[in-house]
Design a protein around this ligand. Structure first.
Ligand code: SF4
Length: 529
């Protein structure tokens, strides 16, 4: 723990200042209430004695919080659902603040408490929080924060297995020698290592988002890598290349963020592909995915489905590891969780194999969904018939390779048994009673984004198209998980010093750039061969 703890919680008094914010850590975006009040004051436990008061009537989630329910004398498990949030010591910090009575930054320094409490009013977390989110409060700056004293202040180098502090001169000299040595030995780009053979990968930890301001703005690092080293492979910490966070799904059509967490509550099938949300998006997984899997959202589905049957939810988790996500999901609904563990790097083959089975065995479902896209195309939806045919014929090898052979190869390459591939296809493709296609919601993240990027995400988007995850109705979606809440503003990156960098752009943009006309099916085929 970073702070001197008191062994008791200081509760905001009724007159505490109150602000709303979101958690700073992960993609889920849990809501928090921030209270600030003078040190030395505190509220009592009973309603009316403190400032933690919630009142909301939420018709989407069917919740009503009344101010008088915030009674800290009767905290019970999961009491946040009633408007009595759990407040821990790591949510409250004592710090100093200048008063603004005579204008900003002009007043006296005063000791204050700051409490950052998960908000029961927020429909995302409903007062719940993860271990990470529970530390939002103690990450506020404070002169009494002992974590600052433990920060790394000098570079460290591993000698004989042990990290040792070194001087900045030593570290800079070492990095320069390694970079120069690599360039002298192999050059900057190395085509012998394959199409994307670069000897130097610049994987920068700076950031362009909300508080970082580093990717583009950090000119020194940019100049060094782009114009000094001249490597074509530079990316910031979470991106597959030097550009948008998730370019492939944007170029594939739907855009990176195309649904809400409410859709996760309404889905018939939830797919987590290359993501471990119990650990990395905890509240999303517990409050929404597991609630759905357990059947706790069945009433909500009934209200949204308009006569369509509500069926048991299934979850498919694709991860080479048997993660905590797998364990938690199985604890909630053992028989309705399918874990596929492909060999790392074989996700494209797995996605295509599942799609091939759906296409052959659940053709009515596929035709129903295609009908939706084709009808929407008459009203301006960007449906591309030639690209779809190319996918069916070239990626799924319909009419070219028998299903048995296709699946035998997929089993050999991915290590996923054929029966599990077929089970996944059945979960996704078999219609509900009455012939309704399932409402499929798929989320992916680094496990597949950093696994050939474009091609792997295209394979997932194609699977989403086939299963109707992109038909725009409640309970469907196909998107990445993300690391932070999204929101980026900044200038265009500077033009790179290299040219003809075809491998980092979509085929459609490549065609546009090179003035290749894409009208007939043969035009498409030429582009991909
Ligand atoms: S799941 Fe945890 S880390 Fe993520 S936004 Fe919610 S409280 Fe923050």
């Amino acid at each position: 723990m970073s702070f001197r703890h008191l062994g008791r919680i200081v509760i905001p008094p009724p007159n505490a200042e109150r602000y709303t914010t979101v958690c700073q850590f992960c993609n889920v975006g849990c809501g928090y209430d921030v209270y600030v009040w003078p040190a030395g004051e505190e509220g009592g436990l009973k309603p009316g004695e403190h400032g933690v008061v919630y009142k909301i009537k939420d018709t989407v989630y069917d919740r009503e919080l009344k101010p008088e329910s915030t009674d800290f004398t009767r905290i019970e498990p999961l009491s946040h659902y009633l408007g009595i949030p759990w407040i821990s010591e790591s949510m409250v910090v004592r710090t100093i603040r200048r008063d603004w009575f005579r204008g900003r930054g002009t007043g006296e320094w005063r000791e204050v408490y700051v409490a950052q409490i998960p908000s029961p009013e927020c429909p995302i977390n409903k007062g719940n929080h993860s271990i990470r989110g529970g530390t939002n409060g103690e990450r506020n700056w404070s002169p009494w924060n002992v974590a600052g004293a433990r920060r790394l202040k000098f570079p460290m180098v591993r000698f004989g297995g042990r990290l040792e502090v070194v001087t900045w001169d030593y570290a800079i000299d070492l990095v320069a020698r390694v970079v120069k040595g690599v360039i002298d030995k192999w050059g900057v780009d190395n085509p012998k290592w394959g199409k994307e053979g670069h000897s130097i990968f610049a994987h920068r930890m700076d950031h362009g988002g909300g508080g970082g301001g580093g990717m583009i703005e950090n000119v020194t690092a940019g100049l060094f890598f782009f114009y000094g080293v001249r490597t074509a492979f530079a990316r910031i910490h979470n991106r597959p290349f030097f550009g948008p966070e998730n370019p492939a799904i944007g170029d594939a059509g739907p855009g990176a963020m195309n649904n809400s967490l409410h859709d996760l509550r309404l889905a018939d099938v939830i797919v987590f592909w290359g993501t471990n949300p119990y650990t990395t998006g905890t509240v999303m997984f517990i409050e929404h995915a597991l609630s759905n899997l357990r059947g706790a959202t069945a009433d909500e589905k009934g209200r949204w489905f308009d006569g369509e049957p509500v069926v048991d939810t299934y979850m498919i988790i694709v991860d080479p590891r048997k993660t905590e996500t797998v364990e938690a999901a199985r604890a909630a609904a053992r028989d309705r969780v399918l874990h596929l563990a492909p060999e790392p790097g074989t996700d494209i083959v797995l996605a295509n194999a599942i799609a091939r089975v759906i296409y052959e065995k659940y053709r009515n479902t596929v035709d129903n969904i295609l009908q939706v896209y084709r009808q929407a195309a008459q009203r301006g939806f960007g449906w591309d018939e030639n690209a779809w045919r190319l996918y069916i014929e070239e990626a799924l090898e319909i009419n070219r390779k028998p299903l048995d052979q296709y699946l035998a190869e997929a089993e050999r390459i991915t290590g996923v048994p054929r029966r599990d591939i077929e089970k996944a296809a059945e979960i996704l493709g078999a219609p509900k009673p009455g012939g309704y296609p399932k409402r499929v919601w798929l989320m992916y993240e680094k496990g597949i984004i950093w696994n050939q990027n474009y091609r792997s995400i295209y394979a997932l988007v194609d699977l989403c198209i086939m299963t109707g995850a992109l038909r725009g109705i409640a309970g469907t979606g196909c998107q990445r998980q993300g690391g932070h809440q999204e929101g980026y503003a900044g200038p265009e990156p500077p033009p790179p010093p290299w040219t003809n960098e075809r491998l980092h752009m979509s085929p459609w943009n490549f065609a546009k750039l090179n003035r290749i006309e894409l009208k007939t099916y043969d035009d498409y085929k030429r582009l991909f061969h």
